[in-house]
Design a protein around this ligand. Structure first.
Ligand code: ADP
Length: 509
């Protein structure tokens, strides 16, 4: 078989038909419902205690901090009340020794110190004024209410959230390991250290980055109706959406921490774990090999087919397979007569392509988007970054075909999640007087707004178009429904989004 046919055969393994997409949407809705009823399900549907989305008129000065992995980010956000905002920020790397400190106090006092430094640098007047007054005011904290900065705390580790600013750490990930923090309320750990420094800051909200994305989009969105869904397609994938409170059966709504005024609550779906049992998800030998290489086989199976952390590795596995199957001729070195695979290819022995996780997902964007003569851009990237020194145009075209198939499948799977949430929340059941003919123009107030963030949706060429192509073929959405779905990039969920959650929390307090 020639290289072109072989590439087409591998690419075809990643096809995900309209019928399969429709079946997956139904199963996604079923698993969402299951998550509303009880805990321990595939789609977790975690209550966030955030019960309203902004409409763009919110005003005020708020703070946000983000403890995500390698860095700690501190920012202040001025919401102007007209869908715009200004943001000031600083970022510090977290010292390795604090990630594995003996006590959580060591880490959290460092974080509080960064907040103090930020206030001194960027809000000096406010800082000094409040410090001066501290001795003369007799409120519990020593500050006047209007002097306090409300802060949204984006904490990207697994927590069991029990209130808008209360959440117990389940376990550390990403290289952190501080035993005494596990099981404790991370907001309180931070607040205690902020109080020890007498800072005029209140940890008002614990924020998941998807909820931040939803809030950021709702504030900046051009429409009058609030945003339905915030979704991330970056290193990982996840989404948060607005659900009717009475559908969240597993939540005890008599609990004082639950605000019932809007009748709604934002849920963090944790959809990366959709269909871990692979009842409707596509599966190829490459997906299987990838899953085995991960520290959590059998888990996050949806995410492993969609997000940036994994797509590069799927492509790498497919490429290595094609190279080892020497009869395909991928990257073959025509001048060699050896039987050793390393010396019969133009792939150097030290090429990152031989190493698990050696291929970055950004390469898929490069290959897919390469319309240069003879796929020069792809060949240069292969040469410079991946030790493939004499790839032919045919090689590059074969790689592009397979990369495109992996990217397209990821986008169609993303459409499954989006469609399921739009359908489950009944957002397209138009009033009778709204026309539903495919070619009718769509009114502004018929729009269903979705905020997205992450490198994949931002940079992968045609990602949104592929999502839209799939949406058009989904029962209950169709061509007209697809037109009613507005997808917009919502940048900076952990900054402005977290500030907006702090604002909502402040109103509830
Ligand atoms: P995070 O989700 O960690 O906040 P990003 O949204 O930037 O950060 O996502 C990072 C992921 O996106 C990485 O897995 C990286 O491989 C991938 N990525 C980076 N650039 C691109 C690109 N141009 N096209 C597709 N994927 C990319």
């Amino acid at each position: 078989m020639g290289l072109a046919q072989e590439a087409a055969r591998v690419a075809a393994e990643f096809e995900y038909s309209d019928a399969q997409v429709n079946k997956a949407v139904k199963e996604f809705i079923r698993q969402m419902d299951e998550g509303l009823e009880k805990s321990g399900t595939s789609i977790s549907q975690i209550p966030t205690y955030v019960t309203a989305v902004p409409n763009g008129t919110e005003k005020g000065l708020y703070m946000a901090v983000d403890l995500g992995g390698t860095n700690f980010r501190v920012c202040s956000i001025n919401l102007h009340g007209d869908s715009t905002f200004s943001l000031t920020q600083s970022k510090v790397a977290i010292p390795r020794e604090l990630m594995v400190a003996k006590t959580s106090k060591e880490l959290f006092s460092f974080l509080a110190q960064q907040i103090a430094n930020f206030l001194k640098t960027h809000h000096n007047e406010h800082y000094h004024a409040t410090i001066r007054r501290r001795a003369t005011i007799h409120s519990e904290s020593g500050f006047r209410e209007q002097e306090i900065f409300n802060l949204g705390f984006t904490f990207s580790f697994p927590v069991e959230q029990v209130g808008i600013n209360k959440g117990n750490l389940i376990r550390w990930t990403k290289g952190f390991d501080i035993a005494d923090a596990v099981g404790k309320d991370v907001c309180k750990l931070l607040q205690d250290e902020i109080d020890a420094l007498h800072l005029p800051v209140r940890v008002a909200a614990l924020v998941n980055d998807t909820v931040g994305t939803l809030m950021a989009r709702s504030y900046t969105s051009p429409g009058k109706t609030g945003t339905l869904l915030g979704a991330i397609f970056g290193t990982g994938t996840n989404g948060a959406y607005v659900e009717k409170l009475d559908k969240v059966k597993k939540l005890d709504t008599s609990n004082a921490n639950v605000d019932k005024t809007t009748g709604e609550m934002i849920l963090n779906t944790e959809w990366g774990s959709f269909d871990n049992q692979l009842s409707v998800l596509p599966n190829t030998p490459y997906d299987n090999s990838l899953d085995k290489e991960t520290p959590n086989p059998g888990i996050q199976m949806f995410e492993k087919r969609i997000s940036g952390m994994f797509l590069g590795e799927i492509l790498r596995l497919a490429i290595v397979d094609m190279v080892k199957e020497r009869k395909t001729g991928l990257f073959s070195d025509d001048n060699s007569s050896s039987n050793d695979v390393h010396s019969t290819t133009c792939l150097s022995e030290s090429s990152p392509l031989w190493q698990p996780w050696g291929l970055d997902t950004s390469f898929l964007s490069i290959a897919h988007g390469d319309n240069s003569n003879g796929f020069k851009v792809t060949r240069q990237t292969l040469d410079k970054d991946y030790g493939v020194h004499a790839a032919s145009a045919e090689d590059a075209e074969a790689v592009k075909l397979v990369a495109a198939a992996i990217g397209k499948r990821a986008a169609r799977l993303s459409a499954v999640a989006i469609a399921a949430i739009v359908l489950a929340t009944d957002k397209l059941s138009a009033p009778k007087d709204i026309a539903t003919a495919d070619d009718e123009p769509v009114n502004e107030d018929e729009m269903v707004d979705i905020g997205v963030d992450g490198s994949l949706v931002e940079f992968y060429p045609g990602f949104e178009e592929y999502i839209r192509e799939a949406l058009q073929q989904i029962e209950g959405i169709g061509k007209h429904g697809e037109k009613r779905i507005r997808i917009g990039i919502a940048k900076d969920g952990s900054g402005v989004g977290a500030a907006l959650i702090a604002l909502v929390a402040d109103k509830l307090a």
